[in-house]
Design a binder for this molecule. Sequence first.
Ligand SMILES: NC(=O)c1ccc[n+]([C@@H]2O[C@H](COP(=O)([O-])OP(=O)(O)OC[C@H]3O[C@@H](n4cnc5c(N)ncnc54)[C@H](OP(=O)(O)O)[C@@H]3O)[C@@H](O)[C@H]2O)c1
Length: 317
Amino acid sequence: MTASIDSDAKVYVAGHRGMVGSAIVRELIRRGYSNIVTRTSSELDLRRQSDVEEFFFEERPAYVFLAAARVGGIQANIDMPAEFLYDNLCIQNNVIESSRKSGVSKLLFLASSCIYPRLAPQPMKEEYLLDGKLEPTNEGYALAKIAGLKMCQYYNMQYGTDYISVMPCNIYGYGDSFDPVRSHVVAALIRKVHEAKVSGSKVIPMWGTGTARRELMFVDDLANASLHLFERYSGNDFFNVGTGTDVSIRELVEMIMEVVGYDAELAFDTRKPDGMPQKLMDVSRIREAGWTAKTSLKEGLEKTYRYFLEEVLPNEN
Ligand SMILES: NC(=O)c1ccc[n+]([C@@H]2O[C@H](COP(=O)([O-])OP(=O)(O)OC[C@H]3O[C@@H](n4cnc5c(N)ncnc54)[C@H](OP(=O)(O)O)[C@@H]3O)[C@@H](O)[C@H]2O)c1
């Protein structure tokens, strides 16, 4: 089904300062949307129901992109499962219910590939949802995301709303965190290789065997996919968003060394865990909807390294 979208209508991007939310704002502007409303978490804490409702009735956005969430790495998820479940349920419940009450005509919810069972066959198809046990280390976060996408479906069924959901693979790029504790794999490896280059270190220590495979997508491609679906799709299907290909950690770090311009020996510490051996999504459904990722991994890494050099490093210390 095709939705009819008006680029003059008011759009609320929840989480506009985050990596994904900021890419969605850039993509909206690129497509000519000019009426974008945002709030930081200190201006509007989306966990507070009455504040969220008040905001929606005051601003009356026509469209909503829900990219605000409590997001974190494995250790944070292990240490604070209650907060990951509670905060994300609150944020999404408040935004989705206030959207319905105030008459939002379309909403897109950002979920995640961690909704799929831990032992799901690879590549993971949308229909594998709820076929098995979740990865225990981020179960709280995944349960909230499953509830969010089900809420969108149930609201469409019961209230006739037009709320859609996307399941992105691992995302990297502009706005990524390069914090040594918080960062995800691409940002962490870019910093590691860059620092080895600066110090002249001949050996780069690596966790695990380097054989684990990951699907990685540049953040602007996720924003492009989100707008592609937002402008064209209405219905109760949700969509995997990825490149459909994966790389091993060894291939990834070799590519990063090429981008950074530094060659060192990789010392894999095989006593450290690899995590899931593979996490690859089946992207047939979004391809059938007319979308494929455009940024190659090499190009995305080059853009991200430039961002690290120009925007991240100068602002440290
Ligand atoms: N990054 C990935 O690899 C990835 C992969 C799959 C799915 N996703 C999904 O994409 C979405 C965004 O992820 P991201 O990587 O962009 O995360 P991020 O960079 O950590 O940004 C999250 C944003 O959420 C906002 N937020 C958090 N708690 C809030 C609260 N209580 N009230 C209001 N705003 C709050 C923050 O706002 P302030 O900056 O104003 O504090 C922040 O801008 C998430 O739903 C995530 O599940 C991300």
